[in-house]
Design a protein around this ligand. Structure first.
Ligand code: AQP
Length: 334
């Protein structure tokens, strides 16, 4: 089967280890897979403006996300790297899909309530956002982001699964009403890669309202954050998500970055302290981030290259998007 891939991140803050291990790591693997015919990776800026943001620093956030993608290994020779707002077909398709998206399907999504709670905790500016239509309707824009490129595989963290289900429901309803147009979309989820908050390991690591490990953190920041990470009662370094959510989360991070299994790590740290384990984990994270940050610094020093990559990618993306949107227009009688 030919694979067409779409995925994106909100430029709503610094990307963190959860974003990398839950999604970007898979983007890099998939862009090299033999069946992959098309990859589009986006800074989804139109999603980022649905929660409070500062217009004065917003473009820098967008640039930072794009630099993170490239430094992590997104290859512009194989993948299109775009800013969502520069391909206006995303929003037009969203409108067309919203004409067949029942409000009840959106109200049922858990992510909606989480986003409302997130903005409610963001002070006066948050109060201006809590009742806005886009907090409810943004999953229709996500469906449009994916279906615009007829993507059939979306590498994401497992928190995004309800959005893929909605995309398939809306796509299937469109096909039923207007004729076969959109493919079925499959999520691509990395095993064991929901990375939890270091302060509260019952919540996921997040860009907003959380002090996660940013991909751009200095070695000392990484060491400090891991040292302060919430651990659990007891002394054994063992994986048990219910009784030991903190240590289990750190074991997941250690395992995915080092390539060692959780079982091997449990054996390595039998009889050792949480402090020994955390100290070694910090060095693994620092060692992983060093080459990433080196590449990122080189890319940041050469803004003309990023600008050229975006111009070329967005032009190609607009061509694919306008062809697919024309098909939607014909199907809908527009
Ligand atoms: N903690 C996580 N573990 C694994 N995967 C994660 N993702 C996010 N957090 C984790 C995955 O990263 C992608 C980015 O999603 P997004 O930027 O659209 O927003 P999000 O999921 O809402 O991410 P954040 O970090 O929590 O940011 P904000 O603060 O903007 O809400 C998705 O594929 C997600 O699954």
């Amino acid at each position: 089967m030919t694979t067409r891939i779409f995925s994106g991140m909100r430029p709503s803050g610094k990307l963190h280890l959860g974003n990398y291990l839950g999604a970007i790591k898979n983007w890099i693997a998939l862009q090299d897979a033999p069946d992959t015919a098309q990859c589009v990776f986006a800074a989804v800026d139109l999603h980022a403006i649905t929660t409070p943001y500062d217009p004065a620093t917003f473009q820098q956030n967008v640039t930072n996300v794009l630099l993170d993608y490239l430094a992590a290994g997104v290859d512009p020779k194989k993948s299109l790297l775009i800013r969502q707002s520069r391909v206006p077909q995303h929003t037009e398709l969203m409108w067309l899909l919203s004409t067949i998206s029942p409000v009840g399907w959106l109200e049922r999504l858990p992510n909606w309530r989480e986003k409302v709670e997130q903005v409610q905790s963001m002070g006066d500016r948050g109060a201006s956002y809590q009742n806005n239509l886009s907090l409810l309707s943004y999953p229709v824009l996500m469906a449009a982001d994916i279906l615009l490129y007829k993507a059939n595989l979306v590498p994401i963290g497992d928190d995004q699964l309800p959005h893929i289900e909605l995309t398939n429901e809306v796509g299937a309803k469109f096909n039923h009403l207007f004729g076969d147009t959109f493919p079925n979309v499959k999520p691509f989820i990395a095993a064991g890669a929901r990375i939890m908050s270091l302060q509260d390991p019952t919540k996921k690591m997040s860009k907003t309202g959380d002090d996660g490990i940013a991909l751009t953190d200095t070695p000392d920041e990484v060491r400090g954050k891991i040292k302060r990470a919430t651990t659990d009662s007891g002394r054994e370094v063992t994986f048990d998500e219910t009784a030991k959510p903190g240590i289990s989360n750190l074991l997941t991070i250690f395992s995915t970055l080092s390539g060692k299994t959780v079982g091997e790590l449990e054996r390595d740290y039998a009889g050792k302290s949480y402090g020994d384990f955390k100290g070694d984990l910090a060095e693994v994270v620092v060692g992983f981030l060093a080459p990433f940050q080196q590449r990122r610094a080189e890319l940041a020093a050469d803004p003309a290259t990023l600008a050229r990559i975006l111009t070329e990618s967005e032009e190609k993306a607009r061509i694919i998007a306008s062809e697919n949107l024309a098909e939607v227009h014909r199907a809908m009688g527009l």
